[in-house]
Design a protein around this ligand. Structure first.
Ligand SMILES: NC(=O)c1ccc[n+]([C@@H]2O[C@H](COP(=O)([O-])OP(=O)(O)OC[C@H]3O[C@@H](n4cnc5c(N)ncnc54)[C@H](O)[C@@H]3O)[C@@H](O)[C@H]2O)c1
Length: 252
């Protein structure tokens, strides 16, 4: 009997860095993991990695969660195949970066669509199933919700991730009467296959880690460890909070 035996965990962005690690860890902890990604090959690679351990990654790719119909189909298929939804781990996102005066309207809307809208869609469509199972929503925000950046033009990204934190608070308010908990996690810079090229460049690395007390990026496992805790019964009194995991960036 493992920690999440019999629990169904929906994890978005399982083709990416943190989503892949989340899928592995939740499956190792006994959850039935249903993933999705718009990036088909990344999702397939995660599925291969789980199968190599005798585990399974359910779900589908490509799924574009910025399209409400596709988000709804993914959630409904998960429920019809597995009969319940206990954990909704909203991890997927994509953003565009530019100084505010140079940010195109299209890039602003792209960021809102792929960082904020998709969380609304999956949560909306999973809500009644989560209420039935007294489930939990975990939303991945960012330290961009809490501070600006001198390195990159993060106006759209910070607005969207700030929205993720406030959306989560309201989910906690609406969720408490029906037994749903909702928590957001705000990582600082995390090393993933996507961010590795920047970290391998000494100039970019120095700029990106400026102000990080531990002088290193986080690892996906250090974010997923918190998600595993939040999803567990040990966190049963936790809702509406945002947990910052940033190597001390916001401490100064
Ligand atoms: N990597 C970092 O430094 C960092 C820092 C703070 C917060 N975060 C947050 O952590 C989460 C995971 O990011 P990551 O570092 O693993 O990045 P990543 O780019 O490796 O993974 C994100 C995945 O989401 C998928 N995705 C994007 N839009 C989608 C859509 N519309 N439908 C379906 N899938 C979609 C992408 O294809 C990708 O595979 C994100 O919410 C990100 O904003 C990352």
């Amino acid at each position: 009997m493992t920690q999440f035996s019999g629990k169904v965990a929906l994890i978005t962005g399982t083709g990416g860095g943190q989503g892949r690690v989340a899928a592995l860890h939740f499956a190792r902890a006994g959850a039935i993991v249903v993933g999705c990604d718009v990036f088909t090959e990344g999702h397939a690679e995660t599925q291969r990695l789980l199968r190599a351990e005798g585990l399974e990654l359910y779900g589908a790719a490509p799924v574009d969660l910025g399209d409400p119909d596709q988000a709804q189909m993914w959630v409904e298929n998960a429920f019809s195949e597995h009969g319940r939804i206990d954990i909704l781990y909203n991890n997927a996102s994509a953003a565009k970066f530019a100084p505010v005066a140079e940010m195109s309207v299209e890039d602003w809307r792209y960021t809102m669509r792929n960082e904020l809208d998709l969380i609304f869609y999956t949560t909306k469509f999973a809500w009644n199933y989560l209420a039935s199972s007294k489930g939990v929503v975990i939303n991945i925000s960012s330290t961009a919700a809490w501070g600006g950046s001198k390195v990159a033009g993060i106006s759209a990204h910070s607005a969207a991730k700030g929205g993720v934190v406030s959306f989560t608070r309201q989910l906690a308010v609406e969720g408490a009467p029906v037994g749903i908990r909702a928590v957001s996690i705000s990582p600082g810079f995390v090393a993933t296959p996507g961010t590795r090229p920047f970290l391998d460049n000494p100039v970019a690395r120095k700029a990106l880690l400026d102000g990080v007390l531990m002088d290193r990026p986080g690892e996906p496992e250090e974010v997923v460890a918190m998600a595993l805790f939040v999803a567990s019964s040990a966190a049963s009194f936790m809702t509406g909070s945002d947990i910052v995991i940033d190597g001390g960036l916001l401490a100064i």
